[in-house]
Design a protein around this ligand. Structure first.
Ligand code: 73E
Length: 839
């Protein structure tokens, strides 16, 4: 090939160049330049969004060099790379985070202010990419941040949904969903790479043939081919030169697919085929912790998985690494079973497309994959009706049969004559309608299997994956979740960070264990005073936001009691509601009762098809309507529902909390990560022994944690005995009164039927044992109220919580993944010389 002269030319960019310079003047010029050349506006008619875009491009310009140099280093070195496959990445706004990680937050703020613009208003302008539902997608985002910060070569792979998680409006107390048009004004943070597009086959049938070497082979004749176009977003590490990549795939119809021939000249039908293709990346399924079993969802999964695996093979070819070394070049982490079809797809690529022998392909595959399980809830375990699966993926079905046959032979050898075990472990559920079990496929195809908190991993081994634990005990390990202190402290809580920095410096941001040094200041009166002032100021800000948004006056001196997370019965927002009603009833019975003033704040979305969760939102709003205006309550209780909870909004909420509600039924919340964000920001937790709460309590000390409720073991035991919620209803007058308040129509303008479906589930089944835990919860809340009155001691406890949260940095989680699973070392990125960025 003829050498390309452009490739030989190194760009010579001057020190003070407007795209790299970091001086205030260079930043201002860069901003104005982008406003002119990118947005095509002069300042007189520039909208807020134009200014946001110009600022985003100014920051983007300044990170490109790191991104290019990182890619160049990895390519030259052929570095081992982690591929994090996830159907969700809940990134949150990029601008502020990139400023923090580049270390140019203050300069840029000053430059923008000198231009006479409101810096925070511009930050606020960013439409966040809501490409996830909750904890699972946010965890993926925190892990990308930590991998980049720890200089670990990594690629995040997922789907560029055109519509992310719906926007939530509250109308008459009910949740209403609005489509999330996040790309409406364009996205300055990603770059399309159409030159790396790939094709994915769907449907059709398979044929066998004998190849030129007399080998039996299979070819797949698809019904449809879809093109995947990668969009790359840079992921900066904190104060390092590393900038990794998040690569999200958008679906399109391929030009090469000859619609005219296929559809006998029917142009409209041809365009329809284009639309069907684009459907694949159209919308995020809005279910958290539930599998809906829809064909389009499976199509989304194979789409992004196949695109990503083909992309890895392209990268290997580019670096001239032979395919036999796939598992040395890449380790692929499966974020739950959503991408687990990858096991069959990699086998198909190696065997069918690259002619590898089955045994070698299986060796490579099972050395490449590791699987993280995120939930024990049976309704979330993915299984696909065999018919549906075979229609969409006929070749994968054959491959899964083959994997299963060989696997069951291994089971027979290890556990002879154990037919029940074979049935349970088979990749195919044949107990009724036949299903493909994706968790089983992930377990068989991976060399490591992990849960997301100690308790969760134990329960996996004991229960959901018990057979696999007995088969492959060496594969199992725990990796307790973590959160990034960059977004959830440095960016979201600058006031608290400033106080911490003034005492212990700022190296805790990279090594969160250093927060331990704050323990000593828990005894320092002046420090406690400052700590309290900061919390108070943040609460005041939120109170003003609430006044503007909800029209409700809340008292920043009251205890801010916050439950912010997806609505789900197992998370028990309705248990929190029963507590509010109980306090209300006490006031009504005794208007002079001495009650610690509280503001109850709720935030979170319900899956649009989850009726009981939506009814719970309505219940909370209905209680608020009554409580907030009852003169007997006289500002002692307020109930506020925070509309459209998102990452952007969460960053405002965590720092303002006094009390964090982590009240799931023990054994149901695999880990939780909101629990960590609240505690790190100085909230105390009221919680059950569930998920990571157990470890948080261990770290902060039991005297600094409000514990209540049944343990996971007690929950199982009670269920086994035959749990009857009516027993509690009939014996606890306060509980009865609280429930009767709802059923009487008191909160629903006299409509006694409105909340009946919710109360029926509580009184007749109570799957999540609210009634069993009610009394313990109420008593524990009483302790909270008492403790809050002792201002000094409450502050002491809050400081100790902050000081002892070091374990829950996602940096720690990622270091553990690197050591125990990925076998990967950091790669330092040196910035090349030809392009200077300093001033
Ligand atoms: O406990 C959380 C956990 O902290 C768990 O419920 C959540 O994952 C978090 C991160 O590990 C989770 N989400 C899902 N499964 N577990 C899920 C399932 C299906 C669709 C979307 C999300």
């Amino acid at each position: 090939t003829v050498p390309n002269p452009v490739l030989e030319c190194k760009p010579i960019i001057q020190v003070e160049d407007d795209r790299t310079g970091l001086s205030i003047e260079a930043l201002k010029r860069g901003f104005l330049d982008n406003l002119f050349y990118v947005q095509g506006k002069f300042s007189g008619i520039a909208t807020k969004n134009d200014c946001y875009m110009a600022l985003a491009y100014t920051v983007r310009d300044r990170l490109f060099k790191r991104w290019v140099d990182t890619a160049e280093t990895y390519t030259k070195n052929g570095s081992r790379t982690v591929c994090y496959l996830s159907a969700e990445f809940l990134m949150g706004p990029h601008l502020g985070n990139n400023l923090i990680n580049l270390g140019i937050y203050d300069q840029v703020k000053q430059a923008i202010e000198e231009l006479g613009l409101d810096f925070y208003e511009l930050l606020e302008q960013e439409e966040e990419p809501g490409l996830g539902n909750g904890g699972l997608g946010r965890l993926a985002a925190c892990y990308l941040d930590s991998m980049a910060s720890l200089e670990i070569p990594s690629l995040g792979y997922g789907i560029r949904y055109e519509f992310g998680i719906f926007e939530q409006k509250i109308q008459d107390g009910w949740q209403v969903e609005i489509t999330d048009k996040w790309l409406r004004f364009g996205n300055p943070w990603d770059v399309a790479r159409p030159e790396w597009s790939v094709e994915v086959k769907l449907g059709g049938h398979t044929e066998s043939y004998v190849d030129e070497n007399d080998r039996y082979r299979v070819r797949w004749i698809p019904f449809q081919v879809v093109k995947g176009i990668p969009y790359d977003t840079p992921i900066l590490g904190y104060k390092v030169n590393t900038a990794n990549t998040l690569r999200l795939w958008a679906a399109e119809a391929p030009e090469s697919f000859d619609f005219e021939a296929f559809n006998s000249g029917d142009y409209v039908k041809a365009v329809q085929a284009k639309m069907t293709s684009e459907n694949l990346s159209k919308v995020l399924y809005p279910n958290d912790n539930v599998s809906q079993g829809k064909k389009l969802r499976l199509a989304q999964q194979i789409f992004f998985v196949s695109c990503s695996l083909q992309d890895m093979i392209r990268i290997m070819k580019g670096q001239k690494i032979p395919l036999e070394k796939f598992h040395e070049k890449f380790v692929i982490q499966l974020n739950d079973t959503h991408p687990s079809i990858a096991v069959a797809e990699l086998m198909r690529l190696l065997v069918d497309e690259y002619g590898m022998e089955w045994e070698q392909a299986w060796e490579i595959t099972t050395k490449a994959f590791a699987y993280t399980n995120h939930t024990l809830l049976p309704e979330a375990l993915e299984k696909w009706p065999l018919g549906l699966f075979g229609e969409l993926l006929p070749r994968h079905l054959q491959i899964i049969y083959e994997i299963n046959g060989r696997f069951l032979d291994d089971v027979r050898i290890k556990f002879p004559d154990d037919f029940d075990r074979l049935k349970r472990m088979s990749l195919i559920d044949e107990s009724g309608e036949r299903y493909i079990r994706m968790a089983n496929l992930a377990c068989v195809g991976s060399f490591a299997i992990n849960g997301v908190a100690q308790l969760h991993t134990e329960l996996l081994q004991k229960d959901v994956l018990h057979d696999f634990y007995e088969m492959y005990p060496e594969k199992f390990n725990n990796k307790t979740n973590g959160i990034t202190p960059r977004r959830f402290m440095v960016l979201s809580n600058p006031r608290l960070c400033e106080l911490i920095d003034s005492k212990i410096g700022n190296t805790w941001i990279k090594n969160l264990h250093e927060l331990r040094q704050l323990e000593a200041f828990a005894e320092d009166v002046e420090f406690r005073h400052k700590f309290r002032q900061i919390k108070q100021a943040i609460k005041q800000d939120l109170a003003e936001y609430i006044k503007a948004k909800n029209g409700i006056d809340v008292d920043a001196n009251s205890l801010f009691d916050i439950q912010a997370k997806r609505f789900h019965e197992y998370k028990r927002q309705h248990l929190n509601a029963l507590h509010i009603i109980t306090l209300y009833n006490r006031i009504k019975a005794n208007p002079n009762i001495d009650i610690t003033p509280r503001t109850f704040l709720f935030g979170g979305k319900a899956a649009p098809g989850y009726y009981i969760a939506k009814l719970t939102i309505k219940l909370i709003n209905s209680i608020g309507e009554v409580v907030n205006r009852d003169p007997d309550v006289r500002g002692r209780l307020k109930v506020v529902f925070l509309e459209d909870y998102s990452v952007k909004f969460a960053q405002r909420v965590y720092p303002a909390a006094d009390l964090s509600e982590q009240i799931s039924t023990a054994g149901k919340e695999a880990s939780g990560t909101g629990n960590m964000k609240f505690a790190l920001n100085g909230a105390l937790t009221i919680g059950t022994l569930d998920g990571a709460n157990v470890e948080i309590r261990e770290e902060v000390g039991e005297e600094n944690f409000f514990l209540f409720g049944l343990t996971a073991e007690e929950v199982y035991a009670k269920k086994a005995q035959g749990y009857d919620p009516m027993y509690y209803y009939n014996r606890d007058p306060e509980l009865k009164l609280a429930i009767d308040r709802i059923s009487s129509g008191f909160f629903s303008h006299g409509d006694a039927n409105l909340f009946k479906p919710l109360l029926d589930t509580l009184l007749h089944r109570d799957e999540y044992m609210l009634l069993a835990d009610y009394r313990s919860y109420i008593e524990c809340q009483e302790q909270v109220s008492q403790a809050y009155r002792d201002v000094e001691n409450w502050t002491r406890m809050a400081i100790l919580n902050v000081a002892r949260m070091g374990k829950f940095s996602s940096d720690r989680s990622i270091s553990d993944y690197c050591e125990d699973i990925w076998q990967i070392q950091p790669v330092k990125i040196e910035l090349s010389e030809y392009l200077q960025t300093d001033v």
